[in-house]
Design a protein around this ligand. Structure first.
Ligand code: GAP
Length: 591
């Protein structure tokens, strides 16, 4: 039974993806580009199989859906009308110490002790004044009459610690209001050296949940992080002033990694800006599309006219989308450049809710048909408060990834919102004329919108497994196998001559390659022991291995002439199949 979330499993998957050429980091030799990925020779095959199958079941196998391929760059007015320019935002927060950016809604809740600070001053200046306090009459500063009460307020028996090695420390202020006023005055007069009066708070990560203990050596994590905060603001060797302590429950105000206070959430538009043409100003500004759907909406009328379809009917599209995600993460799951497979299924207002349920079922079936176990798929009925205001119903189809349950696809009933927005903004009618009722109206739409990259990742996660198999000497060893559905497998069949140095076996194997190649992606391999060749294919999920041996040549039994061994990846069972039946037998499994 695997742990959940299972980070070890995810690490193995990421490493296999690189090792066997499924997915690489983009621009890797230059240190990479966060949120962008390149698909290698096997990854691209897997991705194509997925897209082709989606296109087949959504477009080719139905009468009521046609396809299109829209451009990535569109008139900026599209994004104004769709609402993306004003509202396609995520709330973001920054860590005040590390500068790391988070999506505010994705911060894990923290409970713990929070220490509040009013500022920090320079260790050397502080220490010097403290020493001078012992003989104030000899100190120029301590001798200034009006400074005396303020200096005493800060320096008489301060509670806290000072670390001579790190030249830093902390002081607890027992009378925060008065002492802060004194600090302010001393700092303004330049008496305390480099200082800051910027308030700050930090949560003590990993501290005792019941009671907060000030560390005798000033090494509380909250204090360390506060020292870093003030160092970044010019106080090289800070003594930080703590003014209060409080317990906070289920807070999202602090960086879970270091306890630092985060900034207040700010809206961050996720669209990548670009300029069309030679000038780079507002007049040439547009965006890389953040979803493919809008091209479908703005071409609705053209496609309706040329396809002569009646409602309900759909327009499907597969293509790239771009979002400047605040935190790309979980491998390809949240990327900045990704592909979508979107269907806009137009209908009458009264049909929307029924079609929403219909499409949810269709899409769940799709995932099962590509080899994702039904029990790992979940349909989440998105509650009112999380849904877009114009949506009357939305389901998220979620999958149990090793890093947790996450969305694969959204199936949303978007009403007539999109077409109405574009009709109003463009001034062009996007109405449908119903021949039977002689009525004109703006159609409603149900949208199943799936992510190609997320589904590829789900396919790999679902397929990844380790079992036991005998090695060349019959000793059991761990076998790494990707149990892809044959329909999705990047390579459908490996073809192996039993021996590489037997011209007859090699020639026969190459003949089989020629026979199968027009029908499927195959891989010819003659190097190494046959068991090793099987293992290499198991690791990349090739469902079938065809071996040409001496029986194939009719050397042992004339009845077996022109038959080969077909080995099935998961069961490792081997069967003899006539070469003439080979293409048909394999095609039945992979289509
Ligand atoms: N037209 C509707 C739409 O775009 P969405 O829920 O924002 O809806 C649909 O996106 C799907 O696109 C998601 O379910 C997911 O599979 C994929 N997707 C969205 N953002 C993504 C990202 N940053 N990286 C990878 N896939 C993403």
């Amino acid at each position: 039974m695997s742990k959940f979330p299972d980070s070890q499993r995810m690490e193995k998957i990421v490493s296999l993806c690189k090792r066997r050429g499924f997915i690489f980091q983009s621009s890797e030799i230059y240190g990479g580009l966060n949120g962008a990925w390149d698909y290698g020779p096997l990854g691209v095959e897997l991705k194509r199989n997925l897209k082709n199958y989606w296109w087949r079941v959504i477009v080719h196998e139905r009468d009521d859906i046609v396809g299109m391929d829209g451009s990535i760059l569109m008139n900026r007015s599209v994004w104004k009308a769709s609402g993306h320019e004003d509202t396609f935002t995520d709330p973001m927060v920054d860590c005040l110490v590390s500068g790391k950016r988070f999506r505010a809604d994705q911060i894990d809740e923290q409970s713990g002790w929070v220490v509040n600070f009013v500022g920090a001053t320079d260790f050397e200046a502080f220490q010097k004044l403290q020493q001078e306090q012992e003989a104030p009459e000899r100190s120029r500063i301590w001798s200034e009459i009006e400074l005396g009460p303020h200096l005493r307020r800060i320096f008489t028996n301060p509670s806290g610690t000072f670390d001579l090695n790190s030249r830093s420390g902390y002081v607890q202020l027992s009378d925060p209001v008065e002492q802060t006023k004194s600090l302010e005055l001393l700092i303004k007069r330049g008496i305390l050296g480099a200082s800051s009066l910027q308030p700050f708070s930090a949560m003590e990560i990993g501290g005792d949940p019941k009671s907060f203990k000030w560390s005798s050596r000033g090494v509380n994590r909250a204090i360390r992080v506060a020292q870093d905060f003030y160092r970044k603001r010019g106080v090289r060797n800070p003594i930080v002033f703590a003014v209060g302590l409080e317990r906070e429950e289920h807070s999202k105000r602090f960086n879970p990694e270091n306890g630092s206070l985060l900034t207040e959430p700010r809206s961050f538009n996720l669209m990548f800006k670009t300029f069309v043409g030679a000038t780079e100003d507002e007049s040439s500004l547009t965006y890389l599309r953040p979803e493919t759907a809008q091209a479908i909406f703005v071409q609705f009328k053209n496609i309706l006219e040329v396809s002569r379809r009646k409602l309900p009917f759909g327009i499907a599209q597969i293509g790239k989308a771009f979002r400047n995600e605040i935190n790309p993460r979980n491998f390809t799951f949240r990327s900045r450049e990704f592909e979508q497979m979107e269907l806009e299924y137009f209908c009458r207002a009264g049909e929307g809710m029924k079609l929403l349920d219909y499409w949810l079922e269709e899409r769940l079936k799709f995932y099962e048909n590509i080899g994702i176990a039904r029990e790992k798929l979940h349909a989440r009925n998105v509650p009112d408060e999380e849904r877009a205001f114009y949506s009357k119903g939305t389901y998220d189809i979620e999958y149990d990834f090793p890093f947790g349950r996450q969305e694969l696809e959204g199936v949303a009933y978007r009403t007539d919102y999109d077409l109405s927005q574009h009709q109003n903004a463009s001034g062009k009618s996007l109405e449908y004329f119903d021949e039977e009722t002689k009525q004109r109206f703006v159609p409603h739409v149900v949208e199943p919108s799936a992510g190609v990259d997320r589904t590829v990742l789900a396919l790999i996660c679902e397929a990844y497994s380790e079992d036991e198999a005998p090695d060349e000497k019959g000793k059991m060893e761990t076998r790494l196998v990707l149990r892809f559905h044959p329909r999705m497998a990047p390579i459908k069949c490996g073809v192996f001559p039993l021996l590489r140095n037997n011209a007859q076996l090699v020639a026969k194997a190459k003949e089989i390659v020629g026979l199968l190649r027009p029908h499927m992606n195959i891989f010819y391999d003659e190097s190494g022991a046959i068991g090793r060749r099987y293992r290499r294919q198991d690791e990349i999920g090739t469902p079938f291995g065809v071996t040409v041996d001496f029986e194939t040549m009719g050397e042992k039994d004339a009845a077996l002439r022109d038959t080969v061994t077909v080995r099935e990846r998961d069961s490792m069972k081997q069967e003899r199949v006539a070469i003439n039946d080979l293409a048909g037998t394999l095609l039945a499994e992979i289509t």
